[in-house]
Write a protein that binds this ligand. Structure first.
Ligand code: NAI
Length: 727
């Protein structure tokens, strides 16, 4: 079983095909790289071979480096990482120089890449080392270097080559933001050379007629000048400063990978190409050895994939959904209907009025129209997806559904009524799920005649964009219901976490305190600008005030009222309520009302803070230290996550970390709250929590679990790492 094979044809073209056995997408391992190296040696030495085409046996070219290999390389320490990376550099440089005479630059063999579909990470770094890149005219394909998203950067020559191809500023969005493009856009940006109906045929034709000069990369030719100027020349320096500002603006410097990437670009631009590759490898090693990249790769790749593949799925036969009933065709129901129909599932979409059900279906049509305008879908696809959605008011249509997802008003009596109506017509084995965001599952299950088949499947808004789905087990929920929910989430290609029933489940339980802490600070007289910036500088995608504007102030008011009713005198958030109740009274309900903590223009674009904040809650003369604000905002979330673990709401810290990043954007560079607390170390965490508790109250009290860990010198991943249940 090999990852690469080679076929030489009568015209002298060697076709190297990448096709990793047993995988749906190619990923590069070090063994695979060694195979490719041997084939390239063979083809370069074989006089009968005139040119080489590297392609894939799958519908896509490659998803990138095998991140498990990266994780294991790290275990060998910095030198092993550096050596591994340099092996790749030697291979890609060999492809680039193609056996040509180093002095005359003649006699090399043309090598082209033919990409049938998606090409990411090393899947683009390898083509960048060839002499010409052809991609299929496949608008669904994604081409780019997304490494920065998992806390690393392109380290197999991608950084050095792209900067020399496009200039520092041209390469910046691809390197610093991990921007992906379809083939047409990738060609427009200069990422690839050609879009062709049959890229292998086009590449074959090209290698047969390519001349010696076609093989010499600009950076290997005399008098090479970097497009846009080298970063150390006056004009280029401005470019570099601009890119640095961009990194700081977007990530505010918390991502070590972005800083290392800029260093590699800047230092690499001053030296010859081969030296630049070594600099890139050194910075890459540096980043890979950083705890942030360890945590990001662990959460965003290894553990995310494990959860998607059913790491926490009970042992039960396949429960794939064929026909789903959705109750309530509002914002959430319509979104769930859309993603289900997209996944090939038949959908019955029920609302109390036919018109409302039709409107729910129209939401799907709107999303598909948008996709068509971006060439991401076709009219046929739209017709096919819409044909799967049946909008109706008739519960009898639920016959034959094996799953129902209820998304009617957040009102227990309405939910109880629709549960009974649905169960009256559903097959006996059907699973009933509720999308409630605030009501306890075990309470709602009381309306069900079969509570072991009743479960929470909690989506996030907007459903088509948000990757996380929280599955909630009620007291009586049985394993088959959990398996069904997990299989459904796999079908619609989202990432699941499974938690136990408790107030606000997991994600909302942690995010609400974050929002409240931000509002509480405003009430205390902390500058709102300081609050928002402190959060963003920690890597939170949205400050707490922007976040509450997005999710809406009236929802905040509703949650506050319900929590106060449930907690009575113990309710701790009176100070927060004063602020949001006031905003709500004035109709400042958030972005949807074009007025909230922020002002918005007519088009809904966010402007400055509402002036009423400054008059009702004037900024105090003395402002707190930035670190204190950051500790408050981050600890209030992370300690809540620990409590969820301690109380058994979370059973697996992997779900806690993955869920936090995908569900509410917990600073991704940290790998999630448990990874972040591990980076700080339990003793330091307890020390900070104690200081915050003394100053701001019991919401910062360190859970006993953390104190135990601090005493014993434990970490979360040491104690509960891969797959170990917390219970
Ligand atoms: P929505 O108000 O947009 O939609 C509710 C829909 O249910 C309406 O179309 C309404 O006509 C329909 N409906 C009400 N009673 C009905 C009945 N007896 N039979 C059939 N249809 C009925 O509400 P939204 O935002 O879609 O929320 C729905 C559920 O999802 C709620 O439980 C909410 O807590 C939950 N949820 C909401 C999120 C959000 O961000 N809005 C996020 C996650 C969950």
């Amino acid at each position: 079983m090999t990852d690469f094979t080679m076929q030489k044809d009568a015209d002298g073209v060697a076709i190297v095909t990448w096709d990793v056995p047993g995988k749906s997408m190619n990923v590069l391992s070090l063994d695979g790289a060694a195979e490719l190296n041997a084939l390239i040696d063979d083809a370069l030495a074989d006089e009968a071979v005139k040119g080489i085409v590297i392609t894939s046996g799958k519908k896509d070219f490659a998803a990138g480096m095998d991140l498990n290999v990266i994780a294991s390389m790290k275990e060998g320490g910095a030198q092993s990482v550096f050596d591994g990376v340099m092996t790749l550099h030697h291979l890609l440089r060999k492809i680039e120089l193609a056996g040509m005479d180093p002095k005359t630059k003649k006699g090399g063999k043309p090598i082209a890449a033919a990409l049938p579909g998606t090409a990411l990470g090393i899947g683009l770094e390898l083509p960048l080392a060839t002499h010409r890149i052809f991609a299929a005219d496949n608008p669904k394909a994604r081409i780019g270097l997304p490494e920065i998203m998992v806390g690393i950067f392109p380290g197999a020559g991608g950084t050095t080559r792209l900067v020399r191809r496009l200039g520092a500023m041209g390469a910046a969005p691809f390197l610093l933001e991990g921007k992906l493009s379809d083939p047409a856009k990738a060609k427009g940006a200069g990422l690839i050379d050609e879009v062709a109906a049959d890229p292998v045929a086009a590449a074959r034709e090209w290698v047969l007629k390519a001349s010696d000069t076609d093989l010499v990369k600009p950076w290997d030719a005399k008098g090479y000048k970097m497009p846009g100027g080298e970063p150390y020349h006056p004009a280029g320096y401005m470019t570099f400063v601009g890119a640095s500002a961009m990194v700081h603006g977007k990530t505010l410097g918390v991502y070590p990978a972005a800083k290392a990437l800029l260093s590699a670009v800047y230092e690499g631009a001053m030296v010859p190409f081969d030296t630049a590759l070594k600099i890139e490898a050194r910075w890459f090693t540096n980043v890979l050895m950083n705890p942030s990249s360890t945590a990001m790769i662990r959460s965003l790749f290894i553990n995310k994939e494990a959860l998607e593949k059913g790491a926490n799925r009970p042992d039960a036969p396949d429960q794939s959904v064929k026909k789903v009933g959705i109750l309530g065709a509002g914002m959430m129901g319509a979104g769930i209907a859309h993603v289900s129909a997209m996944a090939g599932i038949e959908v019955v979409l029920i609302d109390s009025a036919q018109e409302a059900a039709e409107r729910g279906k129209a939401h799907s049509a709107g999303l598909l129209d948008k996709a068509i305008s971006r060439r991401k879908a076709t009219e046929e696809k739209k017709a096919e997806v819409l044909a799967r959605i049946t909008p109706t008011t008739d519960y009898a249509a639920l016959q034959g559904c094996d799953l129902v997802v209820e998304a009617v008003f957040e009102d227990p009596s309405v939910k109880a009524e629709v549960t009974k109506k649905a169960e009256a017509v559903l097959p006996a084995e059907a699973i009933f799920a509720t999308n409630t965001s605030t009501l306890p599952i075990s309470e709602l299950a009381k309306a069900s005649a079969r509570p072991d088949q009743f479960i929470g499947i909690h989506f996030f808004s907007p459903v088509d964009k948000m990757a996380l789905v929280e599955i909630i087990k009620g007291k009586e929920t049985g394993p088959r219901a959990v398996a069904k929910a997990l299989d459904f989430v796999r079908q619609i290609r989202k990432t699941p976490i499974v938690v136990n029933d408790a107030r606000f489940f997991y994600a909302n339980r942690c995010i609400i305190p974050y929002i409240n802490e931000g509002i509480r600070m405003v009430a205390e007289g902390v500058s709102p600008v300081l609050v928002e910036n402190a959060a963003k500088m920690m890597g939170m995608p949205l400050g707490p005030l922007q976040l509450v504007d997005e999710t809406s102030i009236d929802l905040g008011v509703k949650i506050a009222r319900a929590t106060r009713a449930a907690m009575g005198d113990a309710y701790p958030d009176g100070a927060v309520d004063k602020v949001i109740f006031k905003l709500a009274e004035q109709g400042r309900l958030g972005r949807k009302a074009k007025a909230g903590f922020y002002d918005y223009d007519e088009a809904g674009k966010r402007q400055g803070f509402w002036s009423g904040l400054a008059s009702d809650w004037p900024e105090a003369d003395a402002q707190p230290e930035l670190t204190e604000i950051q500790h408050r905002l981050m600890f209030v979330q992370a300690l809540e996550a620990v409590r969820a673990l301690e109380q058994g709401v979370l059973e697996d810290i992997r779900e806690g970390d993955v869920g936090a990043i995908l569900g509410w954007g917990f600073a991704p560079w940290s790998g999630g709250p448990f990874s972040w607390l591990d980076m700080l170390g339990a003793p330091r965490v307890v020390e900070i929590a104690d200081a915050l508790e003394a100053k701001f109250g019991p919401r910062f009290a360190a859970p006993q679990l953390l104190r135990d860990m601090a005493t014993k010198g434990d970490s979360f991943y040491g104690r509960f790492g891969a797959g170990k249940k917390a219970a």
